[in-house]
Design a binder for this molecule. Sequence first.
Ligand code: FES
Length: 128
Amino acid sequence: MLFYSKKVMDHFINPRNVGEIKDADAVGEVGNPVCGDMMIFYIKVKNNRIEDVKFKTFGCGAAIAVSSMISEMVLGKTLEEVMKITNDDVAESLGGLPANKMHCSNLGADALHKAVENYYKHKKNDQE
Ligand code: FES
């Protein structure tokens, strides 16, 4: 039996920012090597801040809660602030995760960091 915090259950049952941004400025996708689950983040950036964020998670309840939580955490943040958020920060904001579900928290920050990295890459290519 797993014991999820109230916050995890809330974000799992009512995930925020689920979906896709068709004209996203960048996309970040990661897979979890432990279980094979997947997470994709779409971001819109304005004045160096996350203006909009959406995600699709093909994974367990903890992974969905992690995606939802981090999507709320990064909205309005600068790209530098987003890059500083760690997987542990997300798990902590959720009131912790059961030990055998900590690996599920590894996707959230990684996927968002990838989206930001891809954003920088595209921007650089545009300038070249
Ligand atoms: Fe795969 Fe949770 S079991 S992310």
